[in-house]
Design a protein around this ligand. Sequence first.
Ligand SMILES: C[S@@+](CC[C@H](N)C(=O)[O-])C[C@H]1O[C@@H](n2cnc3c(N)ncnc32)[C@H](O)[C@@H]1O
Length: 226
Amino acid sequence: MFSGIAARYDLLNHLLSGNVDKRWRRLVANGLQPSLVEGARVLDVACGTGDLSLVLAGAGRASVVGLDFCRPMLEIARRKAEADSRAVPFVEGDALRLPFADETFDVVTIAFGLRNLAGVFEGLRELRRILRPGGRVAVLEFSSPVVPGFRALFRFYFTRVLPRIGGLVSGSRGAYEYLPDSVSRFPDQKRLAELMREAGFEGVSYRNLTGGIAALHTGARAPGGG
Ligand SMILES: C[S@@+](CC[C@H](N)C(=O)[O-])C[C@H]1O[C@@H](n2cnc3c(N)ncnc32)[C@H](O)[C@@H]1O
């Protein structure tokens, strides 16, 4: 599915969100800024066309690696890194079996990726595994709008309007029907925070973005146990 929409993925992200997606990714980088220091290692899981990886690389001096299992997405990410003169390696791999040793990274991020994994909890455990104790995690994902009137309006847009535009522009209506479907099955803000704690992260908190259309959850790998 992701291979089929890769070529139009960026265009549709910006079009369907009115460019708000760019602001959301910048907020991830802003929140992580103190950790993006020289020598720090950052993994951006389910990086897609690399937008968040490149924002992270530009936000500090850390070494950023992007990972995704969809080659056409990675090819676009590599071209963007080259055009930006950024030395960001983009590697092919499965988020549920990350090709890295335990405790390799200081920061791990996943943007609009966790919802797509076969197991959300298993995905969180895998993010934790490759993070050093005390290392930071950031999860950016669609969530549940918190204001009732706005929620109804957004729901109409997300389930009726977006699949049509997404289908027309990408040629894959299924992919843009899958989007609201997968969001409706995904845990809301509070439940995701609980799952992150259960997966062994501490200091978990979240911030609603654009009225809760998306949420940014952050935390750190607990030093031991978990
Ligand atoms: C909605 S896109 C998000 C891309 C990017 N992070 C962004 O913010 O635009 C979801 C990405 O998750 C990737 N993905 C889904 N399941 C995956 C898995 N098990 N392992 C690696 N990547 C995965 C897809 O290939 C796709 O590029």
